[in-house]
Structures are given as C-alpha cells and as structure tokens.
Design a binder for this molecule. Structure first.
Ligand code: PLP
Length: 486
C-alpha cells in the first residue's frame, strides 16, 4: 500500500508530498548518471573557459520557482542549454589553471553513496560506520603517504576529513589560541601573534581573523629567493614581538605555495615554534598528495615535529571537492578547543570517552559521510594507481619546464619541483598578459597567472585527470605561437 492510501485509510486528509520513490530514483539515477558520463566523454568539445557574460546564466532560467512539480526531462534540457555553457570545464584536459579539482568516477560514486545513505555523522552514535570508516581511511592515508606515526588514531593524535584547507587552518588556529591563552598567564587574545609568509594562501589570514586575531597580529615573515619562509626572519619577528610584550601563538607554514609551489623549511620552523611554545600548522594543500610516491616524500620533511597538518585529496589525489585530510599530533588540544556539549547530544558512548565524535574536530555540527569517496578512490586506484597519476603529472610538468628553459625567449620564474611551472616571456608584463589571453581565448586551454617579485608570471599547473602528455605539448606549442605573434 502506498503511503498516501495508508493515510487515507487512517482517515487523515493530509496528503504526502510527491517524494521520489525508489523506482523513480532508479530510473532518473540512470538517466542522470548517463548524462554525467556523457559530459565527461564530451569534455574536450567545450571551450575550457566559459564564454558567458555576467547574468547570462540566470537570464536563461525562470525568475520564479515552479508552482507545480516539474518533469526531469526539462532539467536535463536546461543542463545542456544553460548550465553547461556557463561552466568553466575543470575536468577538461586543457585545464592548467589554479590547481586541479578532480571529479573522478570513484569519487563521484562515493559522493552518490554518501548522499544516498543520507546519514549525519556528527557523533559516533549518530552513525558508527561514518566515524569508524573515516578514522580507518585517515590512518590508511598516514601509511600511504609515509606520514609520521603520531598522526595515527591509535596514539594521541588522529585524522579528520574537513571540507577545506581553509577550515583546517581555522580549526588549527582556534586550538593554538586556546593553548596559548591557557599557558600564558595574564595574556589576552589581543596579545597573541600569528606568523606566516606572504606566499601563504589568503585563507591563513582569513582564518586568523575569524579566530579573533587582530589584523595587526598577523605577521608576514620574509622569504628567500625561492619564496620559502625564512627561519631567520621568523626568529627576528618573534624576538621583536617578545620584546614588545606580545605572545607568539602560532606559525603557519606551507608546503607547496599557491603562487609558485614554494616549500617552507618546516623542520627549522618547527624547531623555532617548539622553542617558543608556539603551535605550528602546515598547509600542504596541493603538494601533500605527492607523498604517495616515495621519491617525492621531501614534501613531508619536518612533519614529525608539527602540531597539525593538512592536504587536499580534492586537489591532486583523484578525489572531488570537498575532501581535506587534516591530522593533529594531540587530538585533545583540538577537541578541547572545539567541543561544546548541549544535553541533546549526550549519549552513553560519548560519555564513556571511548569513541571519536568528529563534531568536536570541526566548525559545523553536522557532517557528511565524506570518507566513502576517499575509501572508493583508494580502493579503485590502489597505491600504484595514485602513484602513476602523481608521477605522470610531475613528468609532464618537468618536460614543459625543460622546454621553457631551453627557449631563448622564455625563462622559469621559480623552481619547479613538482607539477607547477611558473614562467615568463622576456617581453615583460604586457607580453605575458597577451600570451595568456591568446591561450585562454582559444578555448583549448585555461592557464592562470600570478605575480612574483612584482612581475606578471604565467602558471601551468598539471594534474587534471583527463590530461595527457600531448595536451601539455599542445599548450607549449600554443604558447610559442602566441609569443611569435607578439
Ligand atoms: N592552501 C593552499 C596552499 C592552496 O593552494 C589553497 C587553494 O588553492 C588553499 C589553501 C585553499 O584550499 P581550500 O579551498 O581547500 O580551502
């Protein structure tokens, strides 16, 4: 008996909403999944960078919501007619902009499972599998990436999946703040200082501000010629603040900066932070994934002495947004800062303290079953498959860097240790702007720029899963052709 008949039977006149039945879900699920697979098949036929004008997408759709239920054929039509032209195609093989954001099959299916199961994993008790799979997968990643054992959940530390590197930095800074206030008698929030480099991601400053640190309490420590934070400059800044009666609270180092993939010397910075009683958080957003390959484990240098670390499987480890892997060496420092327990969340398992409640490791209360997609990615690719993806990205980027080096009109603008190449034409800022515009206007590629040492710099970031060697080669050809037309 369907639910509406049942209610009629009970004499209630209130109808149920037109929820999708399992049979309808099966039907539409096949159609929509087929549409997504078709999108990936057609990906090279679209201009990589969307060509719509501001407002065009919204103007192509009704300005009011439907009054009555609509058929989903109309939705599929709208996807093709309005949404796809308004996309910048991050999965296109010519996407070399920013950092990659991979929508791989296993991660798409993992997200589907997460949505389909619809559990809310705020507490162990609110869905034990959600918590326990996450803990297991985060321990797997420690092993896979050769990370310090202290990040494993069977010691004092542990890992958690956050939505972003930004949230990870925020949680780390809140924990650092609480620890500094507890250990510095008489200090107030206004006395606490955060240190990072001007090449750190803007999310570090934003996190510091959200965590309550004053704008004048975030120090941008100087960097060396490779854009890596200088330990001597950090020592100097800390000494000056101590002399002024301030309290050094945390250092945020980056392994693989956004602009140029610079590596801060984590071991030396951690030694300074340790001596000063500061928290040290390391942001390895893109580059951390390289550690799946033993030959690139230099990205982990110094992590054995840090308080917290994160990297984004949603950048280079074949997992779609959102999935940031974050670890802490002392989980109580994090949960002590973030745990607030109202009566309605109390339950016997949490009270006994024998389970992990991930709500205490993050900003929101509710949480999705994100570990499913990471689990599926790890099982689909295995260590070998992930290593192949990382190695191919590095190899193609290195080949590109070699072409840049040997061309008389181009030069590298920064070291290129992995999959990001920063380069310039010798013609100056305007020439480089024109090369970038020519490439992006072609519809075949999307590259972005940065500014290093005050000079306009082009970035080629390799790692989109559909990219192959010939796409990188074609980008270089297009760059040299654009340069020849200057
Ligand atoms: N940190 C670094 C070094 C990044 O490159 C980025 C983004 O590119 C971020 C943080 C922000 O990442 P998320 O979007 O996960 O917050």
């Amino acid at each position: 008996m369907d639910p509406q008949e049942h209610e009629a039977d009970q004499g209630t006149a209130t109808p149920a909403a037109p929820h999708m039945t399992p049979d309808e879900l099966r039907l539409w699920g096949e159609r929509f999944l087929d549409w997504v697979a078709g999108y990936h098949e057609r990906i090279e036929s679209f201009p990589v960078l969307s060509r719509v004008q501001p407002g065009e997408v919204a103007a192509g759709l009704p300005q009011s919501p439907p009054a009555a239920p609509e058929g989903f054929d109309a939705v599929l039509d709208d996807l093709d007619r309005v949404i796809v032209p308004g996309l910048t195609h991050w999965q296109a093989p010519g996407f070399f902009a920013f950092f990659p954001s991979p929508a791989t099959g296993p991660s798409i299916l993992g997200d589907l499972l997460s949505s389909g199961l619809g559990v809310q994993g705020m507490l162990w008790a609110s869905s034990p599998a959600c918590t326990e799979l996450e803990t297991l997968v985060m321990d797997w990643l420690v092993e896979l990436c050769g990370l310090p054992r202290r990040f494993r959940s069977d010691g004092a530390g542990g890992g958690v999946i956050q939505d972003s590197a930004s949230s990870s930095a925020l949680c780390a800074l809140v924990a650092a703040r609480e620890r500094a206030l507890a250990s510095s008698a008489g200090a107030t929030l206004a006395d606490l200082v955060i240190y990072t480099s001007s090449h750190a991601h803007s999310s570090i400053y934003k996190s510091a501000r959200i965590a309550g640190f004053g704008a004048d309490r975030v120090r941008y420590v100087g960097s060396d010629e490779s854009y890596a934070m200088s330990p001597e400059a950090l020592e100097g800044a800390v000494a000056a603040d101590r002399a002024a009666g301030l309290v050094p609270c945390a250092t945020v180092a980056t392994v693989g900066t956004t602009s140029s993939l610079a590596f801060d010397p984590v071991a030396r910075l951690a030694a300074i932070a340790g001596a000063e009683g500061m928290w040290i958080h390391v942001d390895g957003a893109l580059a951390g994934a390289a550690a799946v390959c033993p030959e690139f484990r230099f990205v982990n240098r110094g992590l054995g002495a840090v308080d917290s670390y994160c990297f984004n499987p949603h950048k280079w480890l074949c997992t779609n947004l959102d999935c940031t892997a974050m670890w802490v060496a002392d989980r109580e420092a994090l949960t002590g800062a973030l745990s607030v327990t109202p009566e309605y969340l109390r339950n016997p398992e949490s009270e006994k303290g024998t389970v992990i409640d991930y709500r205490d490791w993050q900003v929101p209360l509710g949480r999705r079953f994100r570990s499913l997609k990471l689990w599926l990615v790890l099982r689909w690719y295995g260590a070998e498959g992930l290593q192949t993806h990382i190695r191919s990205g590095v190899a193609w980027a290195q080949q590109f860097a070699g072409w840049v080096r040997s061309h008389p009109d181009f030069s590298l603008a920064a070291p290129a240790p992995l999959n990001l190449v920063c380069f310039r034409h010798r013609g100056g800022d305007e020439a480089n702007r024109r090369i970038l515009a020519a490439l992006n206007d072609s519809g075949r590629f999307y590259l972005t720029h940065t500014v290093l040492d005050g000079r306009y710099t082009l970035r080629l970031s390799v790692g989109t899963v559909s990219t192959r060697a010939h796409h990188v080669e074609a980008a270089w050809e297009a760059i040299t052709e654009a340069a020849a037309r200057l």
